[in-house]
Design a protein around this ligand. Structure first.
Ligand code: G3P
Length: 223
């Protein structure tokens, strides 16, 4: 399963990319707006941290077919390894179909149903991104929607990965791992929640305390 960071905060990306096996970075217009930087500059800063080999997913803000095509051409020219995120409106789906035919790498986003995800996958999107927590927030079942989408994509051997997005807690991520989701994109706080546990730190402190009680401080295993 791919683990992707859903943020434009370069300090967080730098910190987590150093520690964790990160497979990419996703942004959206809200994420970019939060950083108050020009889009192109932010993408270049992220690129400098993660390197050319790591995929970046960046979203169009255009909503009309012709404009989406133009903007997708621009975004995909920024770097080799970039996925253009396009919301699955009817204009967006039309653009996904056309751009995929032209060989562009597309991540279909703002997906709320397995139907939408299936249609975007069939239109040629490399990734389809259902919004787990936003589905939960409208009295839906985000995990179940993703489970359905993963099973549809796998059953019909579609050449698309489900990239689950929009998380409120690490448990939602765990539930999706259990159903075989192909990728998740998580904000830094959720990546940290997956990584940390207070008892890990407590255990390490206890090991050191016991060791130092027996052998004194500064003694290593090789001494
Ligand atoms: O990138 C889109 C998705 O991650 C949105 O997440 O937390 O704003 O619902 P959220």
């Amino acid at each position: 399963m791919e683990l992707i960071l859903d943020t434009g905060n370069v300090n967080e990306i730098k910190e987590l990319y150093t520690i964790l096996p990160i497979d990419g970075v996703t942004t959206n217009p809200t994420i970019v707006a939060k950083e108050k930087k020009k889009f192109i500059e932010l993408i270049k800063e992220i690129n400098d941290i993660v390197g050319e080999e790591t995929p970046i997913h960046a979203q169009v803000i255009s909503t009309k077919y012709e404009e989406i095509i133009k903007e997708a051409d621009f975004i995909s020219s920024i770097r080799e390894n970039i996925y253009v995120k396009i919301p699955v409106t009817s204009e967006g789906l039309r653009a996904i179909k056309e751009l995929s035919k032209r060989g562009k790498k597309i991540t279909a986003t703002a997906i709320f149903t397995a139907h939408q995800g299936f249609l975007a996958a069939k239109a040629g999107a490399a990734y389809v991104a259902p919004y787990v927590n936003r589905i939960d927030n409208i009295s839906g079942d985000g995990v179940n929607t993703v489970r359905d989408l993963v099973s549809i994509i796998d059953r019909y051997n579609l050449n698309t990965k489900v990239l689950a997005a929009s998380f409120k807690n690490a448990q939602q991520v765990l539930e999706l791992m259990k159903v075989g989701v192909h990728s998740v994109t998580v904000p830094p706080d959720i990546a940290k929640a997956m990584m940390n546990h207070p008892l890990t730190e407590w255990s390490v402190n206890k090991f050191i305390e016991d060791w130092e009680d027996a052998f004194g401080g500064g003694i290593k295993t090789w001494d």
